[in-house]
Design a protein around this ligand. Sequence first.
Ligand SMILES: [Zn+2]
Length: 410
Amino acid sequence: MRVAWTADGGTWHLVFRLDPEDGVTGFCADGQPLKLATNTFRAELPRAPRDIHPDLLALAAWTVIAPWTRRRVTFDRPISPELAEAIGDGWGVQAGPTGLTGTRARSGGRLAISYSGGADSVAVAAMLPDAPFVHFQRVSHSRVPNRWTHYRSDVLASLAEKTGRELTVVRSDLEFTLAEPRPGYPEHHAVAVGALLMADELDLGGLAFGYELGSRWLGGARYIHRYTPDNPMWAPHGAWGRVFAAAGLHIVLPVGGVSEAVTMRLALGSELRGQLRWCLRGVGGPCGTCGKCLYKELIQAAVERRPLRTTITEGRPVARKWQRPPPYGGQEMIEYGCARVPGIEDTVFAAAARYLRATESSTAWLDRCYPPAVAEIPEPWRKQVHDFVDGEIGFMSESEARRVETWGAA
Ligand SMILES: [Zn+2]
């Protein structure tokens, strides 16, 4: 793989070219097969930054091209030996050039939040009230038709503007490099392209993501449904954790030890509640009809101890998976919701509730924080997160922590 960046004011364009051994079908770190659509993308920064360390440019490119790179990657300017080593160890890919005089590793001081406006990132914002936001906004690609016009990324960006927090919006078409399964981030970390390109300008040493207990430790969503201490995407010692650290922008997961019930409770109690939005489809509010709205409504109803409010019925495609037996993506939250929502037996989750047979006591561990998640937060920011968790959430007991560590083992 060969990579070349060019800048036009604050807009950075990347062109990447495959080597003979590279293929147009590759794999995301979570195992999902990905088919390439096109080999260019751009990132529009709000202003031309004073400086961008070559490791930041290289890592920003790597978050997009990693799935399709087999043996080597050649960047257009020398990178530090530390970054080259992290790519070599993590992927078995030879990265360079590292230059004759040597490029020094970078570092920075502040922690920013990769802010989407969903419940998890609003919970992170509540934990870190002084941290600036960096928001990724999807825009159309000049060479790929946009069949996803119902994705209202402009609405999410305008909600982020209304939070009153220090905000950097970076607009990018990088999701259209992906043909299959659909446009999206080639690696989950591609959402950080803007934060990487702005890291020197903003003096960033860490980037906080809203990945919670399910994503970090339980192998949730499209991952592997079991306890994942060595999660390649989010563990500090995993391939992605190490490569971000090498570029001086540590991955920080302030809500990595708590479930989506806790992040929902924090978000609903936050001063940013009015700007909270987890659905990409609605304009005046969440669409209420997509799978994500249904899933989040179950969690919100459980947190608010009220019946489910939805017009979605059993026959709808988004409700179909709940008619089948487990395992489910985010199953811990389905258990939590089924155990707490009054009248669940008369909803689209009735069959799931019968299969899971969860109770309030069998899901009580999901109301507290898994202690190792705080222990792995980089030192400069650990105490602030620890004190917030201690005061507002509480830590799991040893037997509750064992529920995390035996997840998916049965
Ligand atoms: Zn929706």
